[in-house]
Design a protein around this ligand. Structure first.
Ligand code: DQA
Length: 138
């Protein structure tokens, strides 16, 4: 089993932006923890982050992973391109958010990708990624 952890726009600023919302750990540190967790569960992991919508679509199209854990960041709320990329492949995708988007601004309450994802996990900080990974490993 191989999982791709795919982070979208502004997630490279994790640990530096809005620390009260996203925590103080960098994405690199969080990915290190996820990698160790996956290894302990006998699962291979790959990590990719991009601020570019098209690069995220290409990664979804080209991946050889068995599943994708996707935090698309703000693209979640309006990217029909990422939605269509997910719909175009057989690889299952679990949508994740570190924050509870439903407890935040109204524009975050809409996800245009949820409909084409296997499920959504949100509100558990960095553990949202771990819980999403676990959904593939149960
Ligand atoms: C986020 C929530 C989004 O609304 C926001 O634009 C992000 C991060 C989260 O992980 O909580 O960049 O996806």
């Amino acid at each position: 089993m191989k999982l791709l952890f795919l982070n979208g726009v502004n997630l490279n600023r994790t640990g530096m932006r809005e620390r009260g919302v996203y925590g103080t750990q960098t994405l690199e540190e969080i990915n290190g923890e996820i990698e160790r967790y996956c290894k302990a569960r006998g699962c291979e992991s790959e990590f990719f982050q991009s601020n570019a919508e098209g690069e995220i679509c290409t990664k979804i199209q080209m991946t050889d992973a068995d599943g994708i854990v996707l935090n698309a960041g703000a693209y979640t709320h309006y990217s029909y391109a990422i939605r269509d990329a997910i719909a175009s492949v057989d690889t299952p995708v679990v949508e994740v958010h570190m924050s509870n988007v439903h407890a935040r601004e109204a524009f975050r309450h809409t996800s245009v990708i949820s409909e084409v994802c296997r499920g959504t996990i949100l509100g558990f900080g960095k553990n949202s990624y771990i819980l999403a990974a676990e959904s593939f490993l149960l």
